[in-house]
Design a protein around this ligand. Structure first.
Ligand SMILES: C[S@@+](CC[C@H](N)C(=O)[O-])C[C@H]1O[C@@H](n2cnc3c(N)ncnc32)[C@H](O)[C@@H]1O
Length: 490
């Protein structure tokens, strides 16, 4: 075994001993999940090394036992980098600090590295600002590697307040670490992080994405096929990815994509996807894993409208049933109105009532009711096992003309339509295979988020109406929707 491998083996053994001795519940408080040895090596392998630089300053924020630092230094030395290496590690959990010190001591002796451990809060010990006004005062690094803590925090905790510019609502520590990493990165240099997938879409991360793309471009994304094997011996319910970004405004032509089933990296597949296919004009990030998916994105991203711009916004149902029990009824009574749940969506239509409890609402509160109109309803929640993520049903007011109002439970989304043609046309779109695939690429979770749906590229309202006319009178099957859609979206 050569010296560098010895450093990594040593660090790995020391880390494993710590993991086995520290209870998981205790580590969870700090968002502590340790990277596996293979993952650390893979992350280090993604950096482009500038051999001409006489000195490299490295940063590992939330260093834990320092495994990522050790793997990166090992990679630098092994590939022939002979300049000076300085590494700064931030870690604020006193229990892991002796382990970190032991690993970095060993590393500094073996591979000629200067290290500094900052027993401080990475996010609060420096001033974050979106503007570069204080650029000269910010400490900058040539390479930043990290596995930041995954922890949702309140919007009023000090970390969220200090970085309010990138937050919208309650943030997660991982993207605050990422934003601070970008802040600490020298121009033209790279950052490699292992993070959850949730930042790629959705309103919570919009401000962060704006900050990311104002400063950086994506160079590489690695995705795992199976989510429970990424962290050594740990089951982590978040789906993770490894990402390399570069601080520059020059977009590369392609993003390098790679996949492997597990963090053993035995079966790595690589491919290139056009930059604008991965990073869409609306700054959503699409995790394309093959040519077929790139094709889906190409077809949909060529559409010019959105539901929002067509004035067909999807909204979330208004009634939280367990909080409004007093207005719910199990059967028709005087003055009651239909309350629509996601279980009323059946075979492309809304079938109400079906004989389940609380299907009626009696209220004079206008905020609990909505106009009886034509609608397209879409389930908000589906299970991983279900074939389709987008499951919708057409509701026509003419089927329930005795009611002035209806109401909706908050586990269903709805789009109000002014004609049946529009409801049928939206059904063609949202019940097609193409849009279901698109939504899966956009959002790895099983929830249907109306903000995302409202920003999906769709045809114009007139074309949607036309598609609806073509569907009326036919069976509401996925195949019929695909046949119609294919004529309009090439
Ligand atoms: C997900 S662990 C990763 C550890 C290590 N980098 C690895 O990959 O194995 C995140 C680490 O960040 C530390 N941490 C959490 N919040 C921190 C903060 N605000 N400042 C510095 N370190 C923090 C935790 O104690 C934990 O060790």
């Amino acid at each position: 075994m050569n010296l560098s491998q010895e450093c990594l083996s040593n660090a790995y053994n020391v880390t494993s001993a710590f993991v086995n001795s520290a209870p998981k519940a205790e580590r969870k408080k700090y968002g502590q999940f340790f990277t596996s040895r293979k993952t650390a090596e893979f992350m280090a392998s993604l950096f482009d090394i500038d051999y001409e630089k006489p000195e490299l300053r490295l940063l590992d924020a939330g260093a834990g036992s320092g495994l990522l630092s050790v793997a990166l230094v090992e990679k630098l030395r092994k590939s022939g980098y002979n300049g000076k290496i300085t590494i700064v590690c931030y870690e604020n959990d006193g229990k892991i600090l002796p382990v970190l010190k032991e690993n970095l001591d060993y590393l500094s002796k073996g591979l000629d590295v200067i290290y500094e451990i900052r027993e401080d809060n990475y996010l609060l010990s420096q001033y974050f600002s979106e503007s570069d006004l204080f650029g000269d005062e910010v400490e900058k690094y040539d390479m930043i590697v990290g596995n930041p803590p995954y922890l949702k925090i309140g919007k009023d905790v000090p970390e969220a307040r200090a970085m309010a510019e990138v937050c919208h609502g309650a943030p997660n520590l991982y993207f605050l670490f990422w934003a601070m990493g970008i802040h600490n990165l020298k121009d033209g240099q790279e950052l490699v992080y292992i993070i959850p997938r949730s930042w790629t879409s959705g309103a919570y991360f919009e401000r962060f994405r704006q900050y990311l793309f104002k400063n950086c471009v994506i160079c590489h994304i690695h995705l795992f096929g199976s989510r429970d094997k990424v962290f050594d011996g740990e089951v982590v319910l978040q789906e993770t990815m490894i990402i390399k970004i570069k601080k520059t405004s020059q977009k590369p032509k392609y993003v390098e994509m790679s996949t492997s089933e597990t963090s053993e990296f035995r079966d790595v597949k690589r491919y290139e996807v056009g930059y604008n296919t991965i990073v869409a004009a609306n700054q959503f990030v699409f995790l394309v894993t093959n040519e077929e998916e790139a094709n889906v994105l190409g077809r949909i991203n060529s559409q010019t409208d959105t539901l929002k711009s067509d004035n067909l916004k999807m909204r979330t149902g208004i009634i939280v049933d367990f909080r409004t029990k007093e207005v719910l009824r199990d059967s028709q009574v005087d003055g009651s109105y239909p309350l629509i749940y996601s279980h009323h969506i059946r075979n492309g239509r809304v079938s109400w009532p079906v004989g389940r409890e609380s299907e009626y609402i009696v209220t004079s509160r206008r905020g609990f009711l909505q106009e009886n109109s034509d609608y397209l309803f879409v389930k908000r929640f589906t299970s991983k096992e279900e074939k389709r993520r987008l499951q919708c049903g057409i509701y026509l007011k003419s089927d329930y003309s005795q009611y002035k109002y209806i109401s909706t439970q908050n586990k269903i989304n709805y789009i109000k339509c002014d004609t049946p043609e529009l409801a049928y046309g939206l059904f063609v779109i949202l019940n097609s295979s193409l849009y279901d695939s698109y939504y899966r690429i956009l959002n790895g979770s099983t929830q249907v988020n109306s903000t995302e749906i409202n920003l999906m590229p769709v045809p114009s309202k007139e074309i949607i109406r036309q598609m609806g006319r073509e569907l009326i009178g036919k069976e509401l099957t996925e195949q019929n929707c695909n046949n119609i859609l294919e004529r309009w979206i090439k």
